[in-house]
Design a binder for this molecule. Sequence first.
Ligand SMILES: NC(=O)C1=CN([C@@H]2O[C@H](COP(=O)(O)OP(=O)(O)OC[C@H]3O[C@@H](n4cnc5c(N)ncnc54)[C@H](OP(=O)(O)O)[C@@H]3O)[C@@H](O)[C@H]2O)C=CC1
Ligand SMILES: CC(=O)N[C@@H](CCC(=O)OP(=O)(O)O)C(=O)O
Length: 314
Amino acid sequence: MSIKTVLIGARGYVGAELISIISRHSKLELIAASSRELDGQRVSQYSKSELYYQNLNPQEVVALSPDLVILALPNGLAKSFVDLIDDESISTTIIDLSADYRFDPNWHYGLPEVYSHKVSKRISNPGCYATAMQLCVAPVQDLVAGRISCFGISGYSGAGTSPSDKNNPELLRDNIMPYSLANHLHEQEVTHHLGLDIKFSPHVAQYFRGICLTAHIPLKKPTSLSEAFKAVEHRYAEHYKKNELIQFQAKPAQISQVVNQYGAVVGGLTLSGDGSHLAVTCTLDNLLKGAASQAVQNINLAFELPQLEGLSTQ
Ligand SMILES: NC(=O)C1=CN([C@@H]2O[C@H](COP(=O)(O)OP(=O)(O)OC[C@H]3O[C@@H](n4cnc5c(N)ncnc54)[C@H](OP(=O)(O)O)[C@@H]3O)[C@@H](O)[C@H]2O)C=CC1
Ligand SMILES: CC(=O)N[C@@H](CCC(=O)OP(=O)(O)O)C(=O)O
């Protein structure tokens, strides 16, 4: 039995990754893909059937009676689709890749390695940096004593295809660009979901994809440095050993390990001399574990499929 899927925002960087994964997923059947710019053109990456982009409005989406609607639109555009599907009270599951519903208590915030799965027909997918920050902090969340600071750097695909300074090759050449150094949406998102005080400094660089994030975490006073390190390392190893998509390692995580990969790497645990501060790194592909492959994990959980369905072959 296939899951009839409609993808809204199919032309984008995230949409393109979703089409590729859906093409290899045994249960997801893409019945429509929306793009204003590519309306009428063939969806060449979709290999299961001959599909053409359409410029779909919410009424046309509902008329298709999909089992699943994936929204991969820029922030602020999900509402018209969500409200109509809600009004029609059809049994369609919605997963939104934007930030629009990440603070809505009626939506399940889907970060499977950090928050236990809840059956829901409304799923909000975390932001890319927000995923990396939470993967860094989750194993020691109860040991945190004060403000966490995170430094993140992303490839310019994080800024999407709409032209901006953050994906302008001229401005990015031989450059690294700090931006939104206060109140970044992901700083708010992680503070909200972890309930901790987090400050985040995003940067963008001229490479295409991949995020490297370093978290500095103040810890409650340990008894001794060696004991503290052993205890903290054990926590990370235990937390991630049951999560196939997360590789925990001793060395700091590097972007080269995760480009075009569905999972993330966490590593480089380093305690300050007095044991009061822990540094930890996480790398992930912003378009995959930061978006599309995490969305498919969440879709699998929502439809009670194996969590890694469609994600194992890499
Ligand atoms: N890039 C990343 O690393 C990550 C992105 N996200 C989030 O995922 C979503 C998609 O991101 P990304 O793929 O990078 O974005 P892109 O800018 O690359 O793509 C946006 C998509 O939305 C469509 N679109 C844009 N404006 C409108 C509109 N007014 N009405 C209808 N469709 C529109 C575009 O197609 P067309 O113009 O042809 O209609 C395109 O398919 C965003 O919410 C982003 O914040 C989340 C995690 C990581
Ligand atoms: C380089 C760059 O611009 N990155 C984006 C992250 C995109 C993302 O994760 O999308 P949401 O807006 O849905 O959270 C940013 O910092 O806003």
